[in-house]
Write a protein that binds this ligand. Structure first.
Ligand SMILES: C[S@@+](CC[C@H](N)C(=O)[O-])C[C@H]1O[C@@H](n2cnc3c(N)ncnc32)[C@H](O)[C@@H]1O
Length: 404
């Protein structure tokens, strides 16, 4: 571990708060819902840290355990059951102290990549949630993600902190330097783009093979070469690389969403939070969650000043007319009535998180009004006898869309 990471737990930084909010605000509705499957939940915090920061604020283990306690207390599920496992290669002792008030937890003093397969053995009946929050990229072997995707269980979801920009930095270092590159590339090309502090470095240079194992292929070489030759900006390279990385994950997980965490507009993200699941509900829940965090992050980025245009999570202007055109195109595949959540999740898988859920609902409402698509609501009337018009499915209501 780099010395730069030593002060990580002294006090929680702004970007860690965004990360923790994303985790906490997702885990609450996720847990309430998953308990109703009446199958046990196994939560694994694969890089758990100390449990608490030295300034007393909760780390990811305390955040999750607080949520689980509350969900178990109020759940109406028949057989609610949650077990949690916390892995850390350095802070197991601190975890024992800080988590001593909780039961049904396991603390493992070890390395995630060495112990995770054993932890997940024989979990056929389980819902599994893995929180993967390392300092850098070193431990993120893509083969393990493939393995998770193949595991036999009731459901599995991952939330990964992926330092995509850190990866590209390593990639540029690892690639051989030819003459063209030598002229174009300055080793400090990254320096003015991002704060050079912790979480970025692991103090080692990775080999080409190691990088391909992390990326899940060698597609990164082309992107890093273009970056080195200055044929694309580092901003564009990070975006392209992350997008292909998510596509690799999509070979094993149907729904993959990514949110860049950048503290200043136009700056490289500190990291990306990547969510992978096979369930529409998980994808939509995270889509909502990302949107809410985006507003908070936007306030940090603009320091409270008002922006003229609505921006999406990638800090691009929300281009409503083209999103509407793409949605119309997207609808052509639905010749049968299909759940609105699935239509929405498939749309963001194809086009990215280009806007907020509410923007998509406005587009659907307009298309319904214009008779361009069909909307079927079951039941079609509310308890008080009035027509059910909402586009937000609630318990007992199904909303489906079909192309005309
Ligand atoms: C970014 S911190 C995790 C912070 C934690 N999620 C929180 O919110 O409090 C990364 C942690 O991973 C641990 N670590 C580093 N390499 C590891 C590995 N291979 N396996 C498990 N833990 C590791 C470090 O000791 C450190 O506590």
């Amino acid at each position: 571990m780099s010395r730069k990471n030593d002060d990580f737990f002294v006090a929680k930084r702004e970007w860690s708060k965004v990360k923790d909010d994303l985790l906490g605000c997702y885990l609450k509705p996720y847990t309430s819902k998953i308990l109703f499957t009446n199958k046990p939940l196994m939560y694994v915090d694969c890089f758990a840290g100390k449990g608490k920061f030295d300034d007393g604020t909760n780390g990811s283990p305390m955040i999750a355990l607080g949520i689980f306690e509350e969900c178990l207390r109020i759940s109406n599920a028949r057989t609610p059951s949650i077990s949690s496992c916390f892995i850390d290669s350095k802070y197991a002792e601190e975890l024992h102290v800080n988590l001593s008030q909780f039961s049904n937890i396991t603390i493992i003093d070890g390395r995630y990549e060495e112990v995770i397969r054993q932890i997940l053995e024989n979990k056929v009946n389980y819902n599994i949630f893995l929180y993967i929050d390392p300092f850098g990229i070193k431990s993120l072997d893509f083969n393990l993600f493939k393995y998770f995707g193949d595991i036999r269980c009731n459901s599995i979801e991952l939330l990964i902190n992926f330092n995509s920009f850190g990866f590209l930095r390593e990639a540029c270092r690892a690639l051989p330097v030819d003459d063209v590159v030598r002229n174009a590339y300055e080793d400090d090309a990254f320096e003015d783009e991002v704060d050079n502090d912790e979480e970025m470095f692991e103090g080692t240079t990775k080999s080409i093979n190691e990088l391909s194992e992390i990326a899940g292929g060698d597609y990164w070489k082309d992107i890093a070469t273009r970056l080195k030759k200055k044929l694309i900006s580092s901003y564009a390279a990070e975006k392209e690389f992350s997008s292909v990385y998510c596509k690799q994950l999509q070979k094993k997980f149907k729904y993959v969403l990514s949110m860049p965490i950048r503290l200043k507009q136009g700056q490289q993200p500190k990291y990306r939070m990547i969510h992978a699941s096979n369930h529409v509900e998980g994808c939509i829940l995270m889509f909502d969650n990302i949107t809410k965090r985006k507003q908070y992050l936007g306030d940090i980025q603009t320091q409270g000043s008002i922006t003229l245009f609505e921006m999406n999570v990638e800090n691009e202007v929300v281009d409503t007319p083209s999103i509407r055109l793409n949605f119309i195109k997207h609808m052509r595949q639905y010749s049968e009535f299909t759940n609105i959540l699935k239509v929405t999740a498939d749309f963001i898988m194809d086009y990215g998180v280009v806007c907020d859920p509410k923007d998509i609902r406005v587009i659907i409402a307009n298309l319904e009004r214009e008779n361009a698509i069909l909307v079927r609501r079951t039941p079609c009337i509310n308890n008080n006898g009035t027509p059910y018009k909402s586009l937000i499915p609630t318990r007992g209501h199904i909303i489906e869309l079909r192309n005309r």
